[in-house]
Design a protein around this ligand. Structure first.
Ligand SMILES: *Cc1c(COP(=O)(O)O)cnc(C)c1O
Length: 396
């Protein structure tokens, strides 16, 4: 290792946030134009965003919604999850993936992850299946696609429906197939920290017209098809409530943002990929740092860049490491605190740390570094140098 890396890095004067949305004048102009148009809620912009997003990922149809959580809820509803059913959920995820199962009085059955990608382990998924298992929700952690051929194969053998939580993985691909084309239904997020944003928002995509129609109807009060058109010239005042639905539709204001973000998605990905490579090169050969894996049969979305610290190589733990980053004006995070370690899941299902040893161990070592398009190359170098400086200072 060169001694340069061990030299003191001058602390920057401004805080580098963990994440920032990349909103340009195009988005601002488009939102202003929408505000002036007189059509604020679900309308022509939402319809265009659905069509353009679905076409981007290669899916037949998209349903734009208020969040990915709403998309996951409607996806489970559309495949018929009901009270008493079980749904396999990776423990290494955000609580949204598990909470939607509770909406049906169904049971989220947690499963451990693969050690390299931190994605749902196909073997753990298969072990979690019981006669009551109705669905599985693989999560493409950080933007690295799950081993979908294995997961889809197991699901098919056991007649389990597959709903992808693709909150991190736009745009991404697995063995040449785009995420959004692989399973029954896929759910994307446009939350402010995600790879493209509408402030709050999500998209359900599917090639199955039954799933799309059901999700669309349930997203707007269970009102008959094209309910949103009832205030247009071609619409009619008459509507019928077919089911007790939800209020999950996206606004045209959000879609105006989304349409502009979509145009930039490929460029955004190229920047994140370049920054991930800069981190990779900076950390190569430092045993204290385990870099995120990227298998060669995937296109990684690089939503997150999560390193793992080797406790054998350092005298400080992950939490102290996070403090050190903060004192150097760097925002960092942890993805995720596994679900089984949260009070709700421990108290409701009696889970303990060692039920999911791979996720539990990874959790204690994980640090997500800033990775977003509004960072400069100097920002990336500053973070990398600071990480290496901390490793040198607290190395064994
Ligand atoms: C952000 C996130 C969600 C929820 O997305 P929202 O659009 O905020 O509802 C779901 N799953 C994962 C893995 C996420 O990171």
């Amino acid at each position: 290792m060169t001694s340069r890396m061990h030299e003191e890095v001058e602390v920057r004067s401004t805080f580098l946030p963990f994440s920032l949305p990349d909103i340009g004048e195009e988005e601002i102009a488009s939102v202003v134009e929408t505000l002036r148009s007189g059509w604020l809620t679900t309308g022509p912009k939402v319809k265009r965003f659905e069509a353009e997003f679905a076409s981007f990922v290669g899916a037949a149809e998209g349903v734009a919604l208020s969040s990915a959580t709403a998309a996951l809820h409607l996806a489970l509803e559309a495949v018929g999850v009901a009270e008493g059913d079980e749904v396999v959920v990776p423990t290494m995820t955000f609580t949204a993936t598990g909470e939607v199962v509770h909406y049906f009085k169904a049971k989220p059955v947690l499963a451990d992850c693969e050690d390299d990608t931190l994605n749902l382990s196909p073997a753990a998924f298969e072990r979690a299946i019981t006669p009551r298992t109705k669905a599985v929700i693989p999560v493409h952690m950080g933007g690295h696609p799950c081993d979908m051929d294995a997961i889809l194969g197991i699901a098919k053998r056991h007649a389990v429906r597959v709903i992808e939580d693709a909150a991190h993985s736009f745009p991404a691909a697995y063995r040449g197939r785009t995420i959004g084309t692989l399973s029954d239904v896929t759910c994307f997020s446009f939350y402010a920290t995600k790879t493209i944003t509408t402030g709050e928002g999500g998209m359900l995509v599917s090639d199955d017209p039954a799933i799309v129609d059901r999700a669309r109807i349930m997203s707007l009060h269970g009102i008959s098809r094209d309910a949103w058109k009832r205030y247009t010239a071609e619409g009619s005042w008459f509507y019928e409530v077919l089911f007790a639905g939800y209020k999950y539709n996206m606004t045209d204001i959000a879609a105006a943002l989304g349409l502009e973000q979509l145009k930039k998605a490929q460029r955004f990905l190229e920047i994140r990929s370049r920054y991930a490579k800069m981190y990779d090169e900076a950390f190569a050969g430092f045993p204290a740092i385990r870099r995120p894996s990227a298998r060669d049969d995937v296109q990684h979305a690089w939503h997150l860049y999560a390193i793992r610290l080797d406790p054998e190589q350092l005298t400080i733990d992950r939490n102290r490491f996070m403090d050190e980053l903060k004192s150097r004006q760097i925002g960092a995070s942890v993805h995720f605190i596994p679900l089984h370690l949260h009070p709700h899941y421990r108290n409701t299902f009696g889970y303990v740390r060692d039920d999911f040893p791979v996720a539990s161990r990874a959790y204690e070592q994980l640090v997500s570094l800033p990775l977003y398009t509004r960072m400069t190359e100097d920002d990336v170098r500053y973070v990398a140098d600071s990480v290496l400086e901390i490793c040198a200072r607290y190395g064994r």
